[in-house]
Ligand binder design. Structure first.
Ligand SMILES: [Mg+2]
Length: 258
């Protein structure tokens, strides 16, 4: 290990490691993987990858990656075995085919959002439109700096105002969904489905706040990096996340074999 966890966090990890049935859930970008300029080049830190796989093999331990990425992309980027639950599109896509639940009005709304986003991409060079099963993400990282405010304004007065649409803003991305989901919804579903009594969630972005917000007494939320958060613990960056998961593996293994 590179550096030890701060004392209060170390005590909290030791506590959750003794849960009867534990759910360990993590965001992907900026948490398991460093943020990179090309979203397709994001890779899990090797130490984090090893720890996640080790956790998933322990009894009474459920592991999930909950991301804003599409489920297909998440599969491709993580390469994790089926023992790890992957949840994509901010809780819209579970490993079972959940997006099939869109009704006709939802599908019409998705088409309208897609048309509006495509029109904006034609207006603003560099605006990338990512179509997901139930939402449209508009990435403006590559829009010229002097055009960026106008692009954000056009999104705010266009797709964001579509009746029944649900907006999530992230780092240089606005995602507009045809139906409402969140990482909090995903955690609630996993908690119920897997009958766990303690949940630990780790994430870095504003969309992860939905997950921190549904944590209960006895759970553990760890925010990665700076910024306001509902999480009770914080680490500085992805290298510390690796140490966090490595520590949890050791403590959980010790607990389960004692
Ligand atoms: Mg993230």
């Amino acid at each position: 290990m590179t550096r030890p966890l701060p004392g209060p966090l170390s005590a909290e990890v030791d506590r959750v490691a003794r849960a009867e049935r534990l759910l360990v859930a993590s965001d992907f970008d900026g948490t398991m993987s460093a943020i990179v300029d090309d979203p397709a080049a994001a890779r899990t830190l090797p130490e984090t990858d090893a720890a996640i796989r080790a956790l998933a093999e322990l009894p009474q331990t459920v592991v999930a990656v909950v991301s804003g990425r599409s489920l297909a992309m998440l599969h491709q980027l993580t390469g994790l075995p089926p023992a790890v639950h992957l949840v994509g599109s901010h809780g819209m896509e579970f490993d079972e085919s959940f997006a099939a639940g869109l009704d006709e009005a939802d599908r019409d709304r998705l088409e309208l959002l897609d048309r509006q986003a495509t029109a904006l991409a034609a207006r603003f060079a560099g605006l990338q439109v990512e179509r997901k099963p139930a939402s449209i993400a508009m990435h403006y990282r590559h829009v010229a700096p002097e055009q960026r405010a106008a692009a954000v304004e056009a999104i705010a007065t266009g797709p964001q105002l579509v009746d029944g649409a649900h907006v999530t803003t992230g780092k240089e991305v606005v995602e507009v969904a045809a139906v409402q989901t969140s990482k909090g919804y995903a955690l609630d579903r996993l908690r119920a489905r897997e009958h766990v009594d303690v949940v630990m969630f780790v994430g870095d972005d504003v969309t992860d706040e939905h997950a921190f917000a549904v944590l209960r007494e006895g759970d553990l939320g760890v925010k990665v990096g700076s910024g306001p958060t509902a999480a009770t613990q914080r680490v500085a960056g992805v290298a510390d996340v690796a140490v966090l998961f490595e520590t949890l593996v050791q403590l959980r293994r010790d607990y389960l074999s004692s």
